[in-house]
Write a protein that binds this ligand. Sequence first.
Ligand SMILES: [Zn+2]
Ligand SMILES: [Zn+2]
Length: 305
Amino acid sequence: MSLREFVALGTSSQVPTRHRNHNGYLLRWDGAGFLFDPGEGTQRQFIMAEVAVPEVSRIFVTHFHGDHALGLAGIVQRLSLDRVPHPVEVFYPASGEKFYRRLVSSTIYHRTVNLVPRPISGKGGVVTEDETFTIEAWPLKHSVDTYGYRIKERDSVRFDKDKLAQSGVRGPQVGQLQREGKVELEGGEVVTLEDVTVPKRGAAFAFVMDTRPCPGALELVRDADMAVIESTYLDEHKLLARDHKHLTAREAATIAKEGGVRGTLVLTHFSQRYPSTKPFVAQAKEVFPRVKAVRDLDRVPLARP
Ligand SMILES: [Zn+2]
Ligand SMILES: [Zn+2]
């Protein structure tokens, strides 16, 4: 399934409002489903977004404040109820082990889902890799232990049609070239994959939640094709942002700019004190041009590089 989109399931910080659910974000990426920070009510938001919970293949919790994790209990029970056949890895700060355990065993249910805990500690870097993705976690600067996540598709190559045609490689030999990296033509000439391909950069997605500006945030967003960054406050409350270890929209945009974000900056995690997100976009755009402030159930396509 070739679908790449970010679905904002909930976009409110701290408490839900009439229009915004607690946090919750799903990144759908060619059949993989990455669920970030399931806050309270995330299970229901899947229904509102018309996405099936069993699409979730990995779960990422940045930290154990309730607005980022209370919904984990419901999601793991739903995954069990729906008898998802695949294992589901759950990434979270290792210091929150007791909260993780409580959330996945909070009430009576029959656990059928194979949850694979992936506690994270340390200074940051790659936490897992498979054939398609490299996943990194970097520490952020919040009032409690917090990690942001970066998902990077592996770089690959694609055929250059003209070069391939000129090379004389035809039919089944193309497959052989792909599998073995080189192929010998009838005349004895050897054609390598590098001769007839061009490099294809894999897409990168960054998820930066509750934090002050910090080196970890910059590591996460470097050259990203989409960067989701919390922006709890506006300029007029920048001292509150500093004191409560959060970002303003302008600070989020500055991280995107300094990190060289190539695609869209997605702003979320808004304080309930603000009736509109228009000023968030306006203040961020003074620093970084491509900004979207998401509402619940918004979908943002992840562009191919
Ligand atoms: Zn929060
Ligand atoms: Zn927090």
